[in-house]
Design a protein around this ligand. Structure first.
Ligand code: N2P
Length: 365
C-alpha cells in the first residue's frame, strides 16, 4: 500500500513536472545565421515576455542541416534557406505551423510568401525572414590598383578568369564555404543550368574552382565581413547584406577602406531564409511568440536597419531606412531581379557529390 502510494505520488509529480515544462518553462533556444539580427532584438523580446533566450549562430546551411539531421537539435526555432527547407520539409524535420498563433502573419509580403511557397507549399512550415543575393563584395580602390580601371567588377570574369584571380591574389580573395551555393555559381558561369545534376558538368564546375584555387585566400562564410572592412581581402563572394555590413563597418571605422557590392551581369544566386520550428522542439509556444514578434513591423524593420538585408514584411517597408531601401544591393531593380536565380534544391545524392568535390577544391587537390 505504502509502495503503491509512493509510486502514485512519484507518477503524479512526474506528470506535474511534464506539464510544467510545457506551460511554465520560460526558455527558448534559437539557432540563426551569424550577423543576422539587431543587437537589442533578443533583449527586447526577453524584457517583454520574461522568456530567456539562448541564441546560437551558424554560417552555412550545411552546418544547420547536419545538426537537424543528426536528430534532436535542441533548438525551438531555426532559419534554413528555402533551398534546404524544401528537402527538410520532405524529411519531416518541421512542425506544421498553426497560423492562428501568428496574428502578425498578415504583415508579410504576399508576393514573397508566394515565391517562398515554391519550397514549402502554402507556407505551411515557415515564414520568410530576410532575403538576398550572393554576389561580389569588393574594395574598388584595391581592385583598380591590381587590375586597372576596367576591372570587370560587374562580371564573374573578375574571379573565374584565372588571369584576374592570379592578380587579385595579391590583395586577397575569399569564397563562401558552401558547395550548394558556389557550385551553381560556376555552373551558371559555364552556361549550364544551375540545377544541373550531370556529374560531368559538376566536375567541370569544380575544375573551374581548381584552376583559381591557388589564388584564393580562404573559403569561409562569415569571416569576410571583417576582412573586407579592415582591408585584409579585396574581393569576397558573399551574401548581399553581409557585404553591406562590411561597408558600414568600414565607414564607421572612419578609415579609407571603401566597399562595394555587385550583382554580376550574368546573374547571381538568391535565397530566402525561412523561420521554422523543428518537430522535436521543446518550447513550441515560446517559439510561436518569438515568430510573431519577428513579424512585427517595428521589430523586423529595426533588424533590417541594422543588418542591411531586405525583410519580407510589407508593413515594415515604411520603417526601413531610406538608404537601405534605395541601395541596389539590398533592393535591386526589377531588371536586376530578373537576372537572379534561386539556389537549387538538390537531391541529397547530388549534394553529396558536390560536398565531396568541394572538399577537394578546398584542399586544392
Ligand atoms: C547572414 C547570412 C545570411 C544569408 N550572415 C545567407 N542565407
Amino acid at each position: 500500500m505504502k509502495m503503491l502510494g509512493r509510486t502514485l505520488l512519484t507518477l503524479s509529480l512526474l506528470g506535474a513536472m511534464a506539464t510544467g515544462v510545457q506551460a511554465n518553462d520560460k526558455v527558448l533556444r534559437v539557432y540563426n545565421w551569424s550577423d543576422y539580427i539587431a543587437p537589442d532584438t533578443v533583449k527586447k523580446f526577453e524584457d517583454e515576455t520574461g522568456i530567456q533566450v539562448t541564441y546560437d549562430v551558424f554560417d552555412s546551411n550545411e552546418t544547420l542541416e547536419a545538426r537537424l539531421l543528426a536528430g534532436k537539435s535542441g533548438y525551438d526555432l531555426v532559419v534554413p534557406s528555402n533551398s534546404f527547407l524544401a528537402k527538410q520539409v520532405k524529411a519531416g524535420v518541421y512542425q506544421t505551423l498553426d497560423k492562428s498563433k501568428l496574428p502578425n502573419w498578415k504583415n508579410l509580403n504576399p508576393v514573397l510568401l508566394k515565391n517562398a511557397s515554391a519550397s514549402d507549399p502554402d507556407n505551411a512550415h515557415a515564414f520568410p525572414y530576410m532575403w538576398g543575393s550572393i554576389g561580389i563584395g569588393f574594395n574598388p580602390e584595391k581592385v583598380k590598383e591590381v587590375l586597372g580601371a576596367n576591372a570587370p567588377t560587374n562580371s564573374w570574369d573578375l574571379l573565374f578568369k584565372p588571369e584576374n584571380a592570379e592578380k587579385l591574389k595579391a590583395c586577397g580573395i575569399s569564397f563562401l564555404d558552401s558547395p550548394t551555393e558556389m557550385i551553381p555559381a560556376a555552373l551558371h558561369y559555364l552556361g549550364y543550368p544551375v540545377n544541373d545534376q550531370d556529374k560531368a558538368h559538376i566536375a567541370e564546375a569544380e575544375a573551374l574552382f581548381m584552376k583559381i584555387r591557388p589564388s584564393v585566400s580562404y573559403f569561409h562564410s562569415s569571416k569576410y565581413i571583417s576582412d573586407l572592412a579592415n582591408g585584409n581581402i579585396c574581393v569576397a563572394v558573399g551574401y548581399s547584406g553581409d557585404v553591406l555590413q562590411a561597408k558600414a563597418r568600414a565607414l564607421e571605422a572612419g578609415d579609407k577602406v571603401k566597399i562595394d557590392y555587385s550583382i554580376p551581369k550574368e546573374g547571381a544566386g538568391s535565397f530566402y531564409d525561412m523561420v521554422a520550428i523543428p518537430r522535436d522542439a521543446a518550447n513550441v509556444e515560446n517559439a510561436y511568440l518569438f515568430m510573431n514578434f519577428l513579424m512585427r513591423p517595428d521589430v523586423i524593420a529595426d533588424i533590417t536597419n541594422n543588418i542591411g538585408y531586405s525583410n519580407a514584411n510589407a508593413a515594415a517597408t515604411p520603417l526601413v531606412d531610406e538608404a537601405i531601401r534605395n541601395d541596389p544591393g539590398s533592393y535591386p531593380s526589377q531588371e536586376v531581379m530578373a537576372t537572379l536565380y534561386a539556389i537549387p534544391d538538390m537531391p541529397i545524392g547530388v549534394q553529396r557529390v558536390m560536398t565531396r568535390g568541394w572538399t577537394k577544391v578546398k584542399l586544392g587537390k
